[in-house]
Design a protein around this ligand. Structure first.
Ligand code: CMX
Length: 134
């Protein structure tokens, strides 16, 4: 069902402040910044081999990432797996009794379709399914 780790999401207070460490000190290839209005975040994507690092900056106080930062401070926010068929992956998880945050795919960065599994049902790790855009 899963084809690779697509990205690891890291919550940051400011993309401008966080980006130089990943891009310049660690030398990751910077893919660009995009606002995902539906998720109330601005994201910076960086490539590491076949996977990516996604820096997440909240765009409003009621963003899920703003709430996370308030409670935990900056740090790893979620783990995203690529799937070839997101509807089939959601259906399997629901049938297996998982608690989905999204029972229908939503729009993610770069034309992807995404769905989150609630961390209470995935061992405390907020888990994202991610189907690449065309
Ligand atoms: N990882 C692990 N656990 C988390 C978590 C995270 N990122 N965020 C919240 N939790 C835990 C909390 O610690 C809390 O646990 P306790 O009850 O034991 O204290 C529990 O989940 C409930 O959390 P909460 O702070 O009350 O927050 P909410 O219920 O309001 O929201 C969540 C939590 C995961 C449902 C919400 O953040 C959500 O819907 N996330 C999915 C969307 C998202 O994160 N979008 C941003 C990224 C977008 C992108 O990548 O494009």
């Amino acid at each position: 069902m899963l084809t690779r780790i697509d990205h690891i999401g890291i919550a940051v207070k400011s993309l401008n402040d966080a980006l130089p460490f990943y891009r310049d000190n660690l030398g990751m290839a910077f893919l660009g910044i995009e606002e995902v209005a539906e998720q109330k975040v601005r994201v910076a994507m960086l490539q590491v081999g076949e996977s990516k690092i996604e820096l997440l900056e909240p765009t409003s106080d009621d963003s899920p990432v703003a709430k996370f930062l308030e409670k935990n401070g900056p740090g790893i926010h979620h783990l995203a797996y690529e799937v070839a068929d997101i509807e089939a992956a959601i259906a399997k998880l629901v049938a297996d009794g998982a608690r989905m945050i999204d029972e229908r795919p939503r729009s993610g960065a770069h034309g992807t379709r995404i769905a989150f599994v609630h961390p209470k049902s995935s061992g405390g790790v907020l888990t994202e399914l991610c189907q690449p855009g065309h």
